[in-house]
Design a protein around this ligand. Structure first.
Ligand code: CA
Length: 246
């Protein structure tokens, strides 16, 4: 599909007349940080310690759900156990400890270039993460100085994880933007589903093992191989979108 066809498809299914892109809603794990390999490893360790069979690939598929949601689902299906909110909270604490023990996840190559390109184009950057770790938010501010403002959505703000559109709807609401004013950058199928359901033009990046076709199937408008490829394509994408005025 050409870029023009992609844009026409988006306008058709959303009913928007055009775009006025002024914000990018940016996911964190698998977009800003190459952290999913550590998360999946920590999840598998938690499950195995609790006698629940699983593979790392499953956790790439579940990325975007809240920690509690993942724990409740896996303990139910894998061990027939109903986990309470308190138990889920405690188990999530253990998973977070395993994750930290693996060391600091590297910054995703190309992430800074994507953010700089957005900034140069006058597009606000709004962080949208399911994480509730204050240390992570601080790290983002240090690693990407002046790239994110105070408007952000974290795990503290949302009740329902992806694929529910709540995180992106909250971000749009906080940033006072409509869906045709926002791009979303996502790496996970459930995250793409959430962004698509929120009506935003959704950019997928295949930074992990999940293939391009799965992100398209989840509703991505366009998919790039990685953040470097997105950074290179972004100026012409922004121009193409700006030509079709709302
Ligand atoms: Ca992600």
């Amino acid at each position: 599909m050409t870029l023009q066809q992609t844009i026409a498809e988006y306008l058709k299914y959303t009913g928007h007349k055009g775009f006025d892109i002024s914000a990018a809603l940016v996911d964190c794990d698998g977009v800003l940080y190459d952290s999913m390999k550590y998360h999946t490893q920590a999840w598998v360790k938690l499950m195995k310690k609790n006698g629940i069979k699983c593979t790392r690939d499953e956790f790439y598929e579940l990325e975007g759900m809240t920690g509690s949601e993942i724990i409740k689902m896996k303990f139910k299906t894998g061990a027939g156990k109903n986990v309470t909110d308190d138990e889920a909270h405690a188990l999530y604490g253990v998973k977070t400890r395993y994750f930290r023990e693996l060391g600091e996840a590297p910054i995703m190559p190309g992430a800074m270039r994507v953010l700089e390109t957005l900034k140069e184009a006058g597009v606000d950057r709004v962080l949208v993460t399911g994480s509730q770790q204050d240390a992570l938010i601080e790290r983002i501010k240090n690693d990407f100085p002046d790239m994110f403002g105070d408007v952000m959505v974290t795990g503290h703000d949302v009740r329902k994880g992806k694929p529910n559109p709540e995180p992106y709807l909250k971000a749009m609401n906080k940033a006072e933007k409509k869906s045709n004013q926002c791009l979303v950058i996502e790496n996970a199928p459930l995250g793409v589903q959430a962004a698509h359901a929120a009506g935003c033009f959704t950019i997928g990046v295949t930074t992990g093992p999940i293939p391009e076709k799965d992100l398209y199937k989840a509703g991505a408008d366009i998919v790039y191989k990685n953040m470097d490829e997105l950074a290179a394509a972004l100026p012409s994408l922004l121009v193409a979108l700006s030509l079709i005025k709302a």
